[in-house]
Design a protein around this ligand. Structure first.
Ligand SMILES: Cc1cc2nc3c(=O)[nH]c(=O)nc-3n(C[C@H](O)[C@H](O)[C@H](O)COP(=O)(O)OP(=O)(O)OC[C@H]3O[C@@H](n4cnc5c(N)ncnc54)[C@H](O)[C@@H]3O)c2cc1C
Length: 465
């Protein structure tokens, strides 16, 4: 079939990018440079009407559909071979109602867009910790970030979504409108439709927060983690922490002599008054002999973008992840032994501390049931495209071996951290049987033909009555 042209998408006002377009290669590229898919058409939508037109068009021609939010999913599900990409990357508008504390956000916005607008009012919602990640994918799968222990996951803050269904209809999902869909969207990812816009609850945050990492030498990992285990258990909800194990990234604030030195970092962000934040992190900063302490008052927007350039677009990435049963001595031993065994100095592992407001939300209130998980771990193999051979294979083997070594301590997985070669059974693992079954029922109602399957797919189950 010849490649369709713009005029062949009825009612479409955005840009249609076909393989013969100058911008085709840029438009099909996603964050993970290992992903190399060639869609037949990229429909860069200008608004909700375009999204509906693109979906209807693809269905009429029986084309595969992929949906692109921020393009950051490591598995590259934002693009497909030989199909149509519903590309939301030109739909990044954010507006804020500071009185109601609500943000209205288009489905292709990035976290930098949202933080920029909300922080102008001293407000924020829990978001991803890299500003060039998409709001869409993060929000629909979960949303772990600095603010979650105080304000819940990103999806806990979604109050409404405008959705283009598999039939190309535009509907709303909220607690009062299509509540089954609203439940499923908050955790079930892109399985149920294209979210053309979200409304988020906002909270006072910053604009200056007490935040930053403390680094210790890799040799101190076991001691630091044993201390951290108690520290995190006693932390107030306001304190978000992430442990990062790898090498010290070449941040502008890091001297030449420390760059790429193997180290463990505990990074933090305190969502409250600076003085309280100082108090909350004092013990951490005083532990052992840090190599480097970068904790201090920082603009929340700067903190949110502080590690952006350590994970740029186009490098090669491969992830393995699991939720952890806890930070037992055994887990700490595995982490200390495996974390620094990667070849590439860019590879790392990160553990997010959940709990707090995440744990207090009822298990069945959203399609994110893993409320009792205290820590997860993501093992990020990262290398440069020119290092593919032989570093790529070594990094992937490192990540897989690390996950295998954690096998006795695994407790589910965060769906947004799954990679392309993860077994499909891991999607079910992410939700658990009850939530998965309920999601499959909602899928059967809103997308019975599984039109939206280029994602962490939940095939339609028994039709809902
Ligand atoms: C550098 C980096 C940092 C990250 N940090 C965090 C973090 O701090 N916290 C966290 O929770 N996760 C984080 N993640 C993981 C992140 O949640 C997932 O990668 C997520 O899928 C990214 O969303 P996206 O919109 O950018 O991705 P995309 O690749 O565009 O989308 C992934 C899938 O989500 C669906 N989707 C996206 N937008 C829409 C929409 N508007 N409507 C319907 N479906 C949609 C589609 O099915 C699509 O295939 C990070 C990822 C990266 C690469």
């Amino acid at each position: 079939m010849p490649a369709p042209t713009t005029t062949q998408i009825p009612g479409f006002r955005g840009n249609v990018i076909a393989p013969d377009h100058d911008g085709y290669d840029d438009a099909r590229a996603v964050w993970n440079g290992t992903v190399d898919r060639r869609p037949r058409l990229i429909a860069r939508c200008s608004g909700t009407a375009d999204v509906a037109a693109a979906v209807r068009f693809a269905r009429d021609l029986d084309l595969e559909i992929a949906v692109r939010g921020g393009g950051h999913n490591v598995a590259g599900t934002a693009v497909c071979d030989d199909g149509l990409v519903v590309d939301l990357s030109a739909m990044r508008a954010v507006s804020v109602d500071p009185v109601e504390r609500i943000a209205h956000v288009q489905g292709g916005a990035l976290w930098g867009d949202l933080d920029h607008e909300t922080q102008a009012h001293g407000l924020a919602t829990t978001g991803g910790i890299v500003s060039h990640t998409g709001v869409g994918g993060v929000s629909l799968g979960g949303g772990v970030g600095w603010l979650m222990r105080k304000h819940g996951l990103t999806l806990d803050n979604v109050v409404e979504a405008e959705v283009v269904t598999a039939e190309g209809e535009i509907i709303r999902a909220s607690a009062d409108d299509h509540p089954d869909l609203f439940w499923a969207l908050r955790g079930g990812g892109g399985n149920f439709g294209v979210v053309s816009s979200f409304r988020f609850a906002l909270h006072p945050v910053g604009p200056t927060v007490m935040a930053g990492p403390v680094f210790w030498a890799a040799e101190d990992t076991t001691d630091v983690l044993r201390f951290y285990r108690e520290f995190a258990a006693g932390a107030p909800d306001e304190l978000g922490t992430i442990v990062r194990l790898g090498t010290i990234p070449p941040l502008s604030s890091v001297g030449e002599e420390l760059r790429f030195r193997p180290a463990i970092a505990v990074a933090s962000c305190y969502a409250g008054p600076i003085e309280d934040g100082e108090h909350a992190v004092r013990e951490l900063r005083e532990f052992g002999t840090p190599l480097l302490d970068l904790v201090g008052p920082a603009l929340y927007v700067d903190h949110q973008s502080g590690i952006d350039h350590t994970v740029p677009h186009g490098w090669h990435y491969y992830w393995k992840a699991t939720d952890l049963t806890g930070l037992s001595d055994e887990v700490i031993d595995v982490v200390a032994e495996r974390a620094y065994a990667a070849v590439s100095p860019r590879s790392y592992a990160a553990m997010f501390h959940l709990g707090g407001a995440v744990a207090r939300a009822p298990r069945d209130a959203t399609a994110y049931p893993a409320r009792d998980v205290d820590h997860n771990i993501i093992i990020d193999a990262v290398w440069l495209p020119e290092e593919d051979d032989p570093v790529g294979a070594a990094e992937m083997a490192w990540a897989r071996g690390f996950l295998d070594a954690l096998q006795p301590h695994r407790a589910g997985v965060y769906v947004n951290f799954l990679d392309a070669d993860d077994d499909p059974s891991r999607v079910r693992e992410a939700y658990g049987d009850d939530t998965y079954r309920r999601l499959a029922e909602v899928k059967a109602k809103y997308d019975p033909e599984n039109v939206f399957h280029n994602n962490k797919n939940i095939p339609p189950g028994k039709p809902a009555r």
